[in-house]
Design a protein around this ligand. Structure first.
Ligand code: IVH
Length: 678
């Protein structure tokens, strides 16, 4: 038993650590398949020995807890909001007001931290002795709602801090942060959702809000939520923090996701620099992967916060600089539809081209027929559009007062624009679907998903190839991908398909046969089954045969699988063409079973000892230590003959000279990365 306990702890630690590398540092050291294998091993262990399960186990990230309602939580102190500034004058006025409240000698020493104001939702995270124990929404500022189960599923949110054992965990820590989703993740979800379940969201913020406030945490687990930590609300059992900059550094070193310090979070000692930065940021923010509605300017010296106090709900020690929303008026020339992977019919507006924030916008999503009805949108209407997150064009409202009578009411077409078969609406669903499961548009989308990164990950295969091969009749079902090699001569005859390209494509297809079952299940495009659900189902059943005969009851037994999802899976496997696809996949040699568990990650630095000195490029020393230790290396403080490498940053101390005298080789972050990926 003791061995199993140790194994479970080792797996938890490895998974937490590799999850951190992947989701927070964006520098994974093991492949998705290796990660999945570790996770599966831990899942099986916990299933066989439920007493080994802990609340901070990474298996809990898939959710499964279904609440009847959200319980109220009182915040340790009021969660204030922020005053606003809309121009440089407002900003200077804010600064002058704070200066008037402070003795001049203190005013002269003020420094300022400027942070992006991500457009998400406040979350309040509680850690007792380093364990995540409670997470709440902001609510009315005094009381929020307990959404712990949902927050546990957020991949970048640490369940245990610190990640390495050498820094003590604070006895109590309460952190304020913002939960949000990246614009690309939001778009991807909406596209898939339009094609699958039809619930789409108007913007990333609504999407994040909807995802956080799910009673069923398994649904939150499927959403690409992120969090960034920006404030230490309470800290006990650790040295007090003097500045906001220290607080952010501390949070980062504990393993929280923090927006890169020095890059997008900046420290200024001169207010003119703050004003300049605010002006420059308007351009910069457009390149970010997430939506921001401005910047937050905070006084750095935390000791002054109490003295400065607040007015109403707004602290005097910070203010938010808000940029004007970019909204323009244009005309809807037409409303058209495209066909999603599951045959969903997705309407979009064809616009009179117009520049918004430096980009020409020609189309805007209209989500679904209900949305068009809600907007009372007609073809020919003038509309206000906005690029949400400076990326996705959205129709905000129609302007009926500008109509001249020539506008036309739009109705959903009766026939699929691609295959001509009828379009129908399923009772209780928002979306309309093309009834023809062999519709080429569906097959093309289905292939696009099948070959994508989270699915079978076939390099060199994308929507263009899918369109081409379907159009030429080379592929008539998903399994057809694995029979393309029979058409090698025809492929070589196609324009742009040389010997090398065809060889690469075919070998990428061949390699994908070995993907684990969870990936394949995701790839099949079963309505409602995403990467996480597929993984859960695969690790439960182990082999596809078991799924072919599984009932709704069997599936509903699995934590995280609700009756709707279970029904959808059973339905999919009950259709003859789908069963034929599975048989053809089997005949082609595609793996239809889960894989054996792997050892705890590769250890390229095993046996090597490192000493770190100076300021490293792009990572903190803490991060570098985590990277090294995770790869089997050791980090020590003192240099000796036994030291394998000195990891050297800018402005090193005496260690650099000592290393030289002892003949210890010196490396930088680049070389370290090379060693790690060896
Ligand atoms: S500080 C009293 N920092 O903006 C401290 N807030 O309008 C107030 N927000 O409710 C929060 N990014 O949800 C702070 N870097 C940031 C922020 C941020 C986004 C949100 C937060 C808050 C709202 C205030």
């Amino acid at each position: 038993m003791i061995d199993l306990t140790q194994r479970a702890a080792a797996l938890r630690q490895a998974l937490n650590y590799h999850g951190y590398l992947y989701h927070v540092l964006d520098a994974p050291q093991i492949s998705d398949a290796e990660y999945d294998a570790l996770l599966n091993e831990l899942r099986r262990l916990e299933a066989d020995h439920p007493e080994l399960q802990t609340p901070d186990s990474p298996t809990q990230r898939v959710g499964g807890w279904v609440a009847e309602r959200f319980v109220k939580v009182r915040h340790p102190q009021p969660m204030l909001s922020l005053s606003n500034a809309f121009n440089a004058g407002d900003l200077r006025a804010w600064r002058d007001r704070t200066l008037r409240l402070l003795p001049p000698e203190v005013g002269q020493t003020l420094t300022y931290v400027v942070e992006p104001k991500i457009d998400g939702l406040t979350v309040v995270l509680h850690y007792d002795n380093g364990r995540f124990v409670l997470g709440a929404t902001r609510g009315d500022g005094l009381e929020g709602e307990d959404i712990t189960a949902n927050l546990r599923t957020v991949r970048g949110l640490p369940l245990t801090v610190p990640l390495t054992g050498d820094r003590p965990a604070p006895a109590r820590l309460v952190v304020r942060g913002e939960a949000y989703v990246n614009v690309a993740d939001f778009q991807r979800f909406n596209q898939l959702s339009a094609a699958q379940e039809a619930r789409t969201y108007a913007n990333p913020r609504n999407f994040a809000a909807g995802s956080l406030r799910q009673l069923d945490s398994a649904i939150s687990a499927q959403r690409p939520l992120r969090v960034w930590a920006y404030q230490v609300v309470a800290l006990e059992g650790a040295p007090a923090l003097a500045t906001q900059w220290d607080a952010l550094t501390y949070l980062r070193d504990l393993g929280f996701p923090v927006i890169p310090l020095g890059e997008h979070v900046r420290l200024f000692d001169d207010f003119d620099q703050v004003v300049d930065y605010v002006a420059a940021w308007e351009e910069q923010r457009q390149a970010l992967p997430y939506e921001t509605d401005g910047l937050v300017i905070k006084i750095n010296q935390l000791a002054l916060y109490e003295e400065l106090g607040f007015v109403g709900k707004e602290p005097r020690w910070a203010t938010a600089y808000k940029y004007p929303a970019r909204e323009v008026i244009t005309r809807v020339l037409d409303i058209q539809v495209n066909v999603g992977r599951t045959g969903s019919i997705n309407p979009f507006a064809v616009l009179e081209p117009v520049a918004v924030g430096g980009v020409i916008v020609r189309n805007a999503t209209l989500h679904n027929a209900d949305y068009i009805a809600e907007l009372d949108l007609r073809i020919g209407d003038r509309v206000a559009i906005k690029r949400a997150g400076e990326v996705i064009p959205q129709v905000l409202r129609s302007l009926p007062e500008l109509r001249d009578g020539a506008e036309r009411v739009w109705t959903m077409p009766e026939k699929c624009p691609v295959c001509g078969e009828p379009i129908q609406r399923t009772a209780g669903e928002v979306a309309y679907y093309c009834v023809n499961s062999a519709c080429p548009a569906q097959l093309v989308r289905g292939i696009e998903h099948f070959v994508s990164r989270g699915a079978m990950d076939i390099e060199g295969f994308g929507i263009r190839q899918a369109e081409l091969f379907v159009q030429l009749g080379f592929i008539t079902d998903l399994a057809g991908i694995y029979y393309l090699h029979e058409r090698k001569a025809e492929l070589l005859a196609l324009e742009g398909f040389g010997e090398k390209k065809v060889a690469n494509l075919l070998s990428a297809i061949e390699a994908s046969k070995e993907r684990p079952l969870g990936r394949l299940l995701n790839a099949l495009g079963i309505r409602g089954v995403g990467a996480v659900g597929a993984e859960t189902i695969a690790s439960h059943f182990g082999r596809i045969e078991a799924l072919l005969t599984a009932t709704v009851d069997d599936l509903s037994q699995i934590g995280g699988v609700g009756p709707v999802l279970a029904g959808s899976v059973v339905d999919w496997f009950s259709h003859a063409p789908n069963r034929r696809t599975i048989e053809r996949l089997r005949a082609a040699g595609v793996r239809l079973a889960a894989e054996a568990p792997a050892a705890v990650g590769p250890q390229p630095l095993a046996g090597l000892t490192f000493v770190i000195t100076g300021t490293l490029e792009g990572v903190s020393r803490e991060e570098a230590k985590i990277l090294i230790e995770g790869a089997g290396g050791k980090v020590t403080d003192a240099i000796s003959k036994k030291t394998s490498y000195l990891l050297l940053g800018a402005n090193p101390g005496s260690k650099a000279a000592k290393a030289a005298s002892l003949g210890v080789p010196t490396i930088g972050m680049d070389e370290l990365r090379r060693l790690l990926s060896a």
